[in-house]
Design a protein around this ligand. Sequence first.
Ligand code: FE2
Length: 509
Amino acid sequence: MSSRRQLLVQAAALAGAALTPAAWSSAIAQTRMADDPFGLGVASGEPSPDGMVLWTRLAPKLREPLGGMTPAPVTVRWEVATDPAMRQTVARGRALAVAEAGHSIHVEVRGLSPGREYWYRFNAAGHASPIGRTRTSPAADVAIDRLKLAYASCQKYSAGYYSAHAVLAADQPDLVLFLGDYIYEEANTGRGVRAHPVAEPVDLAGYRERYAWYKADENLQAAHAAAPWMVTWDDHEVANDYGGDQDRTNPSPATFLKRRAAAYQAFYENMPLRRNRMPVGPDMLLYRSLDWGRLAQVQMLDTRQYRNHRTCEAVSEGKRIPADCPERSEPSRSLLGDPQEQWLQGRFRSTPAQWNLLAQQYLMGELFSAPGKVGNDGWDGYVASRRRVLEGWRDAKVSNPMVLGGDIHCFFAGELSLEPGGKPLASEFVGGSISSLGRPNLDINRLVAGNPRLKYGDGESRGYGRVEITPRAATVTFRAVADALVPNSTVSDLATFVVEAGNPELKRV
Ligand SMILES: [Fe+2]
């Protein structure tokens, strides 16, 4: 076997693609493409001490089926360098972009040095991609003095512009956590500030097209190219308010699971995830953890795929249910499912980290939307499941638990305790949204007043959260866009909180 063919065999094995001899030759004999195939940008993710995932998806004509690609596989060359001009290359290789994976590639780079910056780019069909910046995480046993991360969620394309992403990129964080609602599946109502295709996606072609509309945004591409991401999903990556094998409009699991399979496949194809996350039918294992030396561990949850069906649905008005509905507290009801709960408790018992970040979709603590009323779409519908997490922190003496969340399109900061008014066990920071519309502060101020565990709320600002962690304290800054309804808006600090190590109480600074 020639060394060129050997390389391709290795690349195909890595890409998980089975190729026929005809596909080999077409991959080898491809010609230049007239259009730049890198219109969806580049991304990296899942940093480890020796590498990370490098991602791209070839699409020379963004708005066409298959992104303007023919079904033939295409060889993509990748390289990693220690300088932004890509002069000092330290790793390179090839991967095959195949139609079955939407011509996406997920390269798992290994053999790099821990805790340092790298730059990367791709070449295919006579075109070079933009250069991305990424980094490896620090070695596991090393004391680290700082982690700078950003977290974000909820970027409804039609609702606003992604100025928040441009500023997040300029911050050059070590890591970005994306906490769900990367796309919205809803049909475009025409009321938003930016149009996209009107059809609601229900199959793989539809979801691929929706990702292409979102990922063509240059500010979103800049945020991906600025730092490695770790992503999870919420409901809108599949369907509004879905849970387990059901959504609101489609109670038949057989039909809904087909749609879920298509949505999960498109999510995998469009995210810088490791190949062991590739979905199998309607199942995709997304919960996982990531260590940043001994300083921090991120435990990232999937609160959609395994949850029990909606709580107290018979007495609900929209998502609002009576807080004393007995089903809320049934011990068997879980937002995470038993295997994920067991996994999380295992993380709690084994984590060596000084800070433990629970990265998930919601406001985690109880939220009375009116006296005696709570919502049933998040943790408030699964009280026993939440209690097991809080007790897990307490019993395993988890060091500095901190919850990061999204979903509600508002900024909230608060404290979590087992009983109302009890000793705080963890701090909690939620939101806001990159572009999805929030709620008037008149409502938010009423919520904060009615829920004393909350220390702050803002529903009118779009933006993201910046978290700086040191062994002594975590500083969380809510970053707000001046106006997400216009392009290129400025961003400023809305509020800053400090949580000192050993004390989850918030201090506003
Ligand atoms: Fe959302």
